[in-house]
Design a protein around this ligand. Structure first.
Ligand code: NAD
Length: 378
């Protein structure tokens, strides 16, 4: 059987869904692995690295022969036209609110797996693309903030005077937020953080940052069984805004990462809060692609407000550290794919009763099969 790794077609996508290491292992299982020429270029993996690992270098049209397609982004309709009916496609599918795209995938007859729906259970940790990519996004958000900031982050006591440490506030402390705290601390910033989930409090303290939050009854119930945040009530949001407003006004750097699965990102920073910050302050909105946490953030842009605050809204932040992101993403895909490989038969064998398959399979046999998204097929 053939596994195909295309070059991503989105102009803003530098990542690739395989690494020389994962290719080597798939070849070891007896698959014919074909990598589209230039697929790894954005991640500094050259064609020769893939051929050395046992792959053949091909072109986009080779997708037609593939039994498995490994991708970063959901295939476009044009790409789907080039796939064999029945092929398995593994990617970050961005399924919420994209019913038409899911229907197109069903119509193409492919068995599509949304890697971001992988359950967060111990067995699937190695397949968790949200974590592997969010961790790098959290790191890169601090690097981007430091780049836009026109002062130094650490306190420096020199003969010529003292540079104060940058005050940095991290809003939303999941995987990305934790790495943002750690990175900002490594650079010498003074770090505070907030979240709505109580479990975060201890994690923030263990990283040497100060935790600030409205800790009422709703806060105590804010974590879902899946480990994510619930959407908070209007009342809570008002209390949260009142608590954070003065704090934000005093910050040099604010990084927001707050998300709610399947919902628009919560608004955490109003235009008035942005206006309260000093000129030269920097806000990075990591949620900008999901509606944004910050009033005035523009996807794909660095905006400077009238009062001189920069709001950074870079797209695809993990893709800004593409070489690292691809390495981890490729490993996530490989780990999941491996569970579906019949090593005797040297072929894909999908167990539709497996909990990981059930959780991630979006389309199969011409239909949208995932219970959360099945209406898209109608
Ligand atoms: P996420 O990307 O969905 O959200 C980012 C953060 O924003 C979360 O911490 C969330 O609580 C926070 N948030 C949401 N609404 C907010 C609001 N109104 N104000 C402030 N903050 C708000 O979350 P994530 O990074 O995917 O992580 C969610 C949890 O899952 C974390 O506790 C993480 O450690 C855990 N996790 C567990 C496993 C596992 O057990 N295998 C793997 C990965 C992550």
């Amino acid at each position: 059987q053939t596994i195909f790794i295309p070059r991503e077609t989105d102009a803003n996508e530098q990542r690739v869904a395989a690494s020389p290491d994962t290719v080597k292992r798939l070849v070891g299982f007896g698959f014919d692995v074909v990598v589209e020429t230039g697929a790894g270029a954005g991640s500094r993996i050259i064609d020769e690295d893939f051929t050395k690992a046992g792959a053949r270098i091909g072109k986009a049209a080779d997708a037609a022969k593939a039994d498995v397609v490994l991708k970063v982004r959901r295939p476009s309709e044009a790409e789907l036209k080039g796939y064999k009916s029945g092929a398995a496609v593994l990617a970050i599918m961005d399924p919420y609110g994209n019913d038409a795209a899911l229907a197109a995938m069903a119509k193409a007859g492919v068995t599509g797996f949304a890697m971001e729906l992988m359950p967060r259970i111990t067995r699937a940790q190695v397949m968790d693309v949200l974590s592997s990519q969010a961790n790098l996004a959290g790191y890169q958000a601090v690097i981007d903030a430091a780049y836009e900031y026109d002062r130094a982050l650490p306190m420096m006591m020199t003969a010529a005077g003292t540079v104060p440490a940058a005050k940095t506030f991290i809003m939303g402390v999941g995987v990305a937020g934790l790495q943002a705290i750690a990175t900002a601390r490594r650079l010498g910033a003074v770090v505070t953080a907030t979240d709505v989930r109580p479990a975060v409090k201890e994690q923030v303290a263990s990283l040497g940052a100060k935790f600030i939050a409205v800790e009422d009854e709703e806060f105590k119930q804010a974590e879902t069984a899946g480990g994510y945040a619930k959407e908070m009530s209007k009342e809570y949001q008002a209390k949260q805004a009142a608590l954070t407003a003065d704090h934000i006004a005093k910050q040099d750097i604010v990084i927001t990462t707050a998300l709610i699965p399947g919902r628009p990102a919560p608004k955490l920073i109003s235009a008035a809060m942005v206006a309260s910050m000093r000129p030269g302050s920097v806000i990075v909105d990591l949620a900008v692609e999901r509606g944004g946490n910050v009033d005035g953030a523009v996807p794909g842009k660095v905006v400077t407000t009238a009062n001189g605050v920069k709001i950074v809204g870079h797209l695809n932040v993990p893709g800004r550290v593409a070489a690292s992101a691809s390495l981890l993403y490729a490993k996530n895909l490989f780990a999941f794919l491996e569970t579906m490989i019949d090593k005797e038969a040297k072929a894909l064998k999908i167990n539709r009763d497996d909990e990981l398959v059930k959780a991630t399979m979006l389309t199969d046999g011409g239909a949208v099969v995932h219970p959360q998204f099945a209406k898209a097929a109608e």
